[in-house]
Write a protein that binds this ligand. Structure first.
Ligand SMILES: C[S@@+](CC[C@H](N)C(=O)[O-])C[C@H]1O[C@@H](n2cnc3c(N)ncnc32)[C@H](O)[C@@H]1O
Length: 216
């Protein structure tokens, strides 16, 4: 599916779609596959689950899920606002269980209560505070009750190395949304969203955090 209007204030990555799979291990300091696998474990994905992945890029997370889960009634729906990212993901021909849609996180075209698990890896530093809250509330709407959302993203630094890495990112990418995360706006957006249960599960390098948000 391609949304009719893909205009967003979010920082989309059409321009790096071709190189993204090569870049990702570098910018994640070699940890991308670990983050993806850890998310699969925390969500405890089964072949019956309907999973939603927000800001999926080239679909690497879906690819890894399909290596370990043989979906039966379940599936993974992965969305991104960058058409080129979605085209790249679709070109991987992952089969019918992997659905890639070019749509906006802040305006999801799915019915209420459509999914029972959700993930978002390194998407929230691409959108400003207002869009963070809107996207969270959209994810909340399309999730069923008793469902978890796992988020891994840049967060307020807890050591010098973390602060240094984020400031380099801010300087290189000229992205004010990264600054928001450095200043602690990610957990603040959780508090303002409809998700009432928020737990921090892990953190790495002093600036990457993993959160679990639950819809009760
Ligand atoms: C850093 S990438 C993360 C990709 C993938 N989750 C990963 O970890 O490799 C962030 C993605 O968010 C997408 N994005 C930015 N604004 C968006 C929006 N409003 N809605 C959906 N996706 C958006 C970008 O196009 C980009 O592909």
């Amino acid at each position: 599916m391609i949304a009719e209007d893909l205009k967003t204030r979010g920082r989309t990555l059409d321009h790096v779609a071709g190189l993204y799979d090569l870049i990702i291990p570098i910018v994640s300091l070699g940890r991308s596959n670990y983050y993806f696998r850890r998310t699969i474990k925390e969500l405890n994905i089964t072949p019956e689950d309907k999973v939603l992945d927000i800001g999926c890029g080239t679909g690497h997370f879906s690819e890894l899920i399909l290596k370990v889960i043989n979906f039966k009634s379940g599936s993974i729906t992965a969305i991104d606002a960058a058409i080129k990212m979605i085209e790249k993901a679709q070109s991987k021909n992952l089969g019918e269980s992997a659905i890639f849609d070019a749509v906006l996180a802040e305006n999801l075209p799915y019915d209420d209560n459509s999914f029972n698990k959700a993930s978002s890896l390194f998407f929230f530093h691409h959108v400003d505070y207002d869009l963070k809250v809107k996207s969270l509330n959209e994810i909340y709407r399309v999730l069923k009750n008793d469902s978890d959302l796992i988020i891994i993203d840049i967060d307020k630094p807890t050591n010098f190395f973390g602060k240094f890495c984020i400031l380099c990112g801010e300087y290189l990418f000229r992205q004010p949304e990264i600054k928001e995360n450095r200043l602690g706006f990610l957990p603040k957006s959780f508090k303002e969203s409809k998700f009432s249960e928020v737990e921090i599960l892990d953190s790495w390098f002093g600036y990457v955090s993993m959160y679990k948000l639950r819809k009760n």
